[in-house]
Design a protein around this ligand. Sequence first.
Ligand code: AP5
Ligand code: MG
Length: 183
Amino acid sequence: MRLVFIGPPGAGKGTQCVRLTEFLGVPHLSTGDMLRDAVQAKTKVGRLAKKYMGRGQLVPDPVIIDLIGERLGRDDCAAGYLLDGFPRTVGQAESLDEYGRGAKQPLDFALELQVDEENLVSRLLERGREDDKEKVIRRRLIAYRKQTEPVAEYYQQQDILKRIDGNTTPETVFERIKAALVR
Ligand code: AP5
Ligand code: MG
């Protein structure tokens, strides 16, 4: 199965993907985790990404598309994948579609995890990752509304979008996701 998982910062994408990757038996690919690894390793991509991430802005499309394109070409993605936090712009979604057409691997579903803003902010402040500071969280939320919500619309038009209410316990959210993964 090929899935994309979108949702605002703190919605629980990472939390749910840990469960889903096991349930579906496909790799979990998080562009956020890949970028944090690159920052840690001080690679060229990492040095560039660090500036954007620290400001709560999206890393430019060409950088992300290269990063994920290389990863999707590996053998473990042949039977499917679970994309966490990608695509985040309509441009990224279009290039994933192109990739899928080339590889004859269309997406099965796009999941959008919806969570109220006050829950998002309190979850992130409690977690305390480097970009979980109030000012940066606000910017990440603005980037989501402006650049990523249109991606949900893009998948709605393709009729593969499933919206999930994530304002409850991780266990209940996971049950909702499993129930949504049927045509
Ligand atoms: P990324 O790492 O993707 O961060 P994000 O989208 O801001 O989302 P988070 O990882 O913070 O939240 P999550 O939804 O995974 O929630 P989690 O499960 O951790 O991206 C970081 C940055 O990288 C971006 O700002 C951008 O700069 C760059 N980037 C990444 N991808 C990019 C792309 N495609 N294009 C351009 N730039 C890109 O949960 C959060 C907390 O809540 C945890 O503590 C968790 O335990 C808790 N929690 C989870 N679920 C629940 C629940 N149901 N109830 C209560 N608490 C919960
Ligand atoms: Mg995450």
